[in-house]
Design a binder for this molecule. Sequence first.
Ligand code: SAH
Ligand code: SF4
Length: 388
Amino acid sequence: MSAVNLLDFDLDALATWCAGLGEKRFRAQQLFRWIHQKGERDFDRMSDLARALREKLAGHAEVRALVPASERRSADGTVKWLFDVGGGNAIETVYIPEDDRGTLCISSQAGCAVGCRFCSTGHQGFSRNLTTGEIIGQLWHAEHALRLQLGLAAGERAITNVVMMGMGEPLQNYVALLPALRMMLDDHGYGLSRRRVTVSTSGMVPMIERLREDCPVALAVSLHAADDALRDTLVPLNRKYPLAELMQSCHDYLARAPRDFITFEYCMLDGVNDSDAHAREVIELVAGRSRAAAPGVRIPCKINLIPFNPFPQSGLRRSPDERVQAFARVLQRGGLVTTIRRTRGDDIDAACGQLAGEVRDRTRVHVRLQRRRETETGAAGHGQGVRA
Ligand code: SAH
Ligand code: SF4
């Protein structure tokens, strides 16, 4: 039987597990602090735990950290780790230092099933959900590695902000995400405020509602288009949860959100979604004045424009800088707070949408096998060209 990975447990789960060993909650808190605040994996060095408990822990559990396959550092200080998560899959995590903060961009899945046209992860397809331990393991590794590298004093934190904007759609891995979020917020863990933890979603409406009830952190929604026909082609999930439903769930989220606005991300694609008319559609949409989608639903928001980061096979181009500026001006004149995201770490392919890791796409393997079977049984209508 393999040992339990303590990185899979938020504090409540750890307390329950420790109770099974006959230990009080207070002991679970101590253990949790050793693991997450001090980065300790060796039970023997947890000096304020009784020897008997340390022995029990060693017999039943481990702190199974992620295995870094590589660590690359950009000229601008951005760091990108590639973690091997087994089975031919690797995920990426990016640290972005700024004057007043250190942000960690965390992955939630190996690949992504949403399949957005402009996203390199989406092009790879989906392999599997990460476990809670693998999600929090990215923060665990980055925080403790950076403290050493940056020579931080005891008690100083390297990472002040987390954004769930790496590979994957976090709200399609809700069961593993939720305990990981709780660990980020826990005072015995990373002690981040709810305003400093952001979940970014392409629009999983039912899970936005769950998040609002369970753990309302800051919310970013990847919009990219303000009408359904165009958004359907960019973010396939829109066909299931169209803008009217998405806007309503954003509106409802604000009732419990730690910030009084939603961040809308908008990837600027040359000639696709970047005209002045598209910008005016965004203004109408969030003001609740669009007749096509969500009339009457007004959403206080900020718009974050992301110049498209190209990758091979996308067939798309980044909007020219002047176009991005002009688009931003239309939004600003329409009363919307708008920022343009500065590209960080693109010399190490760490910019938004460039995270590719390595993904063994189970869904496509499945399709390939299916096709092969169909050709073998003569069921494929367009048999020519399909090679087994
Ligand atoms: N799945 C979630 C979070 C991960 S993607 C989501 O879609 O929101 C994080 C952000 O990067 C999203 O806003 C996404 O739209 C954006 N993005 C994806 N590919 C990109 C690319 N090639 N260039 C710029 N931004 C991209
Ligand atoms: Fe998935 Fe987000 Fe990429 Fe879309 S943009 S494919 S939801 S990771």
